[in-house]
Ligand binder design. Structure first.
Ligand code: F6R
Length: 244
């Protein structure tokens, strides 16, 4: 794992956006895996700015998001569909046919998981997967204890994850209990992974990721087994962490 230290969140976002823009220029028809949450929002802002100023095009780009809440349709303002259109897709030139998120309102959710997994495979696989990390080490919505073998699946959200995500809702009771997420095995099949980590609240998770054992009790630790991972983390997340 290559670790790049950023001064702060803004710097991390700028470095991450430049990293992705470089990849897009090299391969304008790449398959990009995307994440939601607070961590990538600054990166998305920079991608939009670059699209407006430098006209980087997304016409041939295909995207797959990591996850979606079960029961939330695309027009629910708290859905990850809505998040992605508001924070990125609505402001770049990506054709909607190229955008993929799991359907949280599919009648047969297990079938939706299989279809999503198949669709990623048929696209040729994810070239670069952007990830954030939960403070309990989750990636996607794969909570501690998830099998490293899991593909796209329905998961129960940890209470700590619901509490962390309550900031995007009026009330914690509105935060769903379940989500569809790419599994750890799905994420690990990506040719390349870019993990972003910022803030003191992620410092302990960062330490476990870098210094700890690879174990299903800390999902992100699996990234130590991937041959092409870049981490861009800010000073607060990296404070006191011994980089091997
Ligand atoms: C988001 C996702 C999650 C988040 C993680 C960190 O699609 O899959 O793994 O990356 O919960 O969230 P933030 O960035 O809000 O701290």
């Amino acid at each position: 794992m290559r670790i790049i230290e950023a001064h702060d969140y803004e710097h991390m976002s700028e470095l991450a956006a430049n990293y992705l823009i470089d990849k897009i220029h090299t391969n304008p028809s790449m398959v990009l895996g995307l994440a939601t949450g607070g961590t990538p929002q600054g990166t998305y802002k920079h991608l939009i700015q670059d699209h407006q100023r430098n006209h980087t095009t997304y016409k041939e780009i295909t995207t797959y998001n990591l996850d979606e809440y079960v029961g939330f349709s695309a027009d629910n303002p708290n859905s990850y569909h809505a998040f992605m259109y508001e924070k990125l897709f609505g402001k770049i030139d990506i054709p909607s046919a190229n955008i993929h998120l799991p359907n949280g309102t599919a009648i047969d959710l297990n079938d939706e998981c299989k279809t999503y997994e198949e669709s990623i495979k048929e696209s040729g696989g994810i070239d670069v997967q952007l990830l954030g990390m939960g403070s309990n080490g989750h990636i996607g919505f794969n909570e501690p204890g998830t099998s490293f073998e899991a593909t796209t699946q329905i998961v129960h959200l940890a209470q700590s994850t619901r509490e962390a995500n309550a900031r995007f809702f009026h009330d914690i009771n509105e935060v769903p209990h379940e989500a569809i997420t790419m599994g750890i095995a799905t994420i690990m099949k990506s040719k390349e992974i870019l993990l972003l980590v910022a803030g003191e609240a992620k410092n302990e998770a960062m330490r476990k990721l870098v210094e700890g054992e690879v174990d299903e009790s800390f999902p992100a630790s699996v990234l130590n087994r991937h041959s092409h991972v870049t981490i861009i983390a800010d000073k607060k997340a990296l404070s006191g962490v011994t980089v091997r």
